[in-house]
Unconditional design. Structure first.
Length: 662
């Protein structure tokens, strides 16, 4: 153990937020505050002062904010984060002899003790501060020290200490034996869309108005008003690159393709180019740029899928053969997860001798598309690439583009998902698709929002993807699509759907027991009837409008579950950051039956006073209910609207007050 200056008597421990002893930064978005808490104490009975220090990473000077003592040696402070990029913070605390003297002086006055010597001691502290100060403040402090020693009137002494001396002493405290916390902790500050976003995924090649014709970026542009009308602000496109011919997959993932089969977009690369090229049937680079700009006019950002794998026809296979693993027979190792085989895809070999050059080449894929105006990336299977690579690569991109957002498509083990978030991914897919029972949803979302995981892991929940058609969606009919939509959109601040499959209720699996779609768009063109009367697009639009208009749904931090005497009904609430508005959700998890029961509200969490009535205004149906107390009855028919999204209005005392709210 290294011996430090033994005169530094303050102990700082239990600092939070702190991720893995400061190894990784926490995450915030611009406009938020970082609230820091710690246990700070010392021996004996001396008073302590503590400050929270913060700065932009790389700056020499620290900003300071005072920390406040709460209870049991626990302290709290906060600082704002307004600019994108990296910040850092730490703590400093010291035994404050002047503060101790001031506290004890009050006790001596109350005990009517002689103050001659105590005032001399206090004057000494003030003179020491005068030496630390400069110019006029120094002279003023020196004069105050003399006044303190000479004063005999108790009321005058108290006025002098509280109103003249203490404000100046706070500016020039004695910190020569201050304890600095041993770590400088990091904060990554993202833009607000990192916290609140609404994603829609589609295949551009399936946007043609003519069945059987390969869609283009121009066709996708014509789809933008429809997407915007439903309230989505991110349009995510699967890989838009040339698709290999060798070992191309056919319809329904057939091993051999038939003439005219378009293949999987994730089999990236062909004679036309690789990860920085565009599939010629989608259009030109100018067409893509036009799509990006057209989307902005609708309030939509384009997100691109980045999948680090290559078809056998990718130019890199010949240009950089060492980037791929070769088997003893000389062939390149294709992707497989036995017994599954993906002969149309070669994974990158990250243990090759030229790994540094490969890392740079993969990083440059992101930088290429940022040059085309893209700032949001959904990354395919990041858990199958080295975790140190992602930490380096994302940091490299964000040095140049701190507004970049990375979504990890990592359906893998929890520790790996969380590590990817620590390593830099802005958002992550979750296990939401497979959490259907009320206890599962409560347990999982409590973990995501009420544990230290929330400091670095931002969930983006999807009820379906091109790879995931859950058994629930296969058999629950239209009601389950409605309920899963509402759950996704209200449990999490960021969510997405794969459409038009979702709003049109696509539910047929390729095989019994499979989560693969029949006639999946991953392997063929599809034509969608957006005017189908079974579509739930109007409900999607209403839910997304509620999300935009009510800030309570734009955060995960305030999620609170409420008890229900019916396990088929999940009840939970959210408040906005200012805690000025509360939304209460009740969702029927049974797609086949009407379910009713009492929900038991935590009135304190809802900001409600016991014994005071309140109005529950359903934003989905515009119905209003007059409620009172914690126990209230709900009944939900899955065939109509399987959920309530209540806006809680406070303090209704009478029918007259209720009429006022109407």
């Amino acid at each position: 153990m290294t011996q430090s200056d033994g005169r530094r008597r303050v102990i700082i421990e239990g600092v939070r937020p702190e991720v893995d002893a400061g190894r990784f930064p926490i995450k915030r978005v611009a406009g938020e505050s970082v609230v820091v808490e710690a246990d700070i104490f010392t021996d004996g009975h001396d008073a302590i002062s503590a400050v929270l220090l913060w700065r932009r990473k790389g700056e020499p000077a620290w900003n300071e904010a005072p920390m406040v003592a709460l209870v049991n040696d626990h302290w709290r402070g906060s600082f704002p984060v307004d600019e994108l990029g990296e910040m850092e913070y730490t703590l400093e605390a010291w035994v404050d002899h002047y503060l101790t003297w001031r506290r004890d002086l009050r006790k001596r006055i109350d005990a009517q003790q002689d103050l001659t010597v105590p005032l001399q001691i206090g004057a000494g502290y003030v003179r020491d501060a005068a030496k630390r100060a400069k110019g006029r403040p120094s002279n003023h402090l020196a004069q105050l020290a003399e006044d303190l020693e000479k004063e005999t009137d108790v009321d005058a002494i108290e006025r002098l200490v509280e109103h003249e001396i203490t404000p100046l002493m706070d500016l020039w405290p004695d910190r020569k034996f201050a304890t600095r916390y041993g770590r400088e902790l990091g904060v990554v500050v993202d833009r607000p869309r990192a916290r609140f976003s609404t994603w829609y995924e589609l295949f551009p090649r399936s946007t043609s108005p003519q069945p059987g014709r390969h869609g283009t970026f121009r066709d996708t542009e014509r789809r933008l008003p429809y997407i915007a009308s439903m309230g989505f602000d991110v349009l995510y496109l699967p890989p838009i690159h040339p698709i290999g011919e060798t070992k191309r997959k056919g319809k329904n993932n057939a091993v051999a393709a038939e003439p005219g089969d378009v293949g999987s977009p994730w089999a990236i690369g062909g004679p036309e180019g690789g990860h920085t090229s565009i599939h010629p049937e989608l259009g030109t680079r100018e067409d893509f740029r036009h799509l990006v700009e057209a989307a902005k006019q609708h309030g939509i950002e384009i997100a691109l899928d980045i999948a680090f794998q290559a078809s056998p026809d990718h130019p890199w296979v010949e240009e950089h053969p060492d980037w791929f693993l070769h088997r003893p027979d000389g062939s390149v190792q294709f992707a497989e997860n036995p017994p599954k085989k993906y002969e149309d895809i070669y994974p990158f070999y990250f243990e090759n001798e030229g790994w540094k050059k490969m890392w740079e080449g993969l990083r440059d894929v992101f930088l290429h598309w940022t040059g085309e105006g893209v700032r949001i990336f959904r990354v395919d299977n990041p858990h199958t690439k080295p975790l140190p690579f992602w930490e380096w690569c994302i940091a490299e991109v964000k040095k140049r583009h701190p507004d970049a957002i990375f979504l990890a498509e990592a359906f893998t083990r929890p520790r790996i998902m969380y590590y990817l978030a620590k390593a830099g991914f802005t958002q992550s897919y979750t296990y939401f698709a497979w959490r259907s029972a009320s206890w599962e949803l409560r347990e999982y979302f409590t973990e995501l929002t009420r544990t230290p995981v929330a400091e670095y892991f931002r969930p983006n929940v999807w009820p379906n993807t091109p790879d995931i058609l859950t058994e629930e969606l296969q058999h629950g009919g239209r009601p389950v699509f409605m309920s899963r939509l509402i759950l996704a959109a209200t449990l999490a601040a960021s969510y997405g759907i794969y459409g038009p499959a979702f709003e049109l209720g696509e539910h047929l699996p390729r095989n019994p027991g499979s989560e693969e779609y029949l006639d999946s768009e991953k392997y063929q063109l599809r034509s969608w009837n957006l005017e189908d009367p079974r579509s739930i697009s109007e409900l999607i639009a209403r839910v997304n409008r509620i999300r935009r208009e009510h800030e309570a749904l734009q955060t995960n931090a305030t999620l609170q579950f409420h008890a229900s005497d019916n396990d088929a009904i999940l009840a939970y609430s959210k408040t906005d950051d200012a805690r000025s508005e509360t939304l209460l959700m009740a969702v029927n998890l049974d797609p086949h039956n009407v379910q009713g029961g009492f929900i038991h509200l935590d009135l304190e969490a809802l900001g409600l006073e016991p014994g005071r009535g309140f109005q529950a205004h359903d934003l989905l149906t515009d119905a209003r209910y007059s409620w009172s107390g914690p126990d209230n009855f709900v009944q939900l028919d899955p065939q109509s609207v399987p959920a309530h999204i209540f806006r809680i209005r406070h303090h209704i005392r009478s029918e007259r007050d209720f009429e006022y709210y109407l």
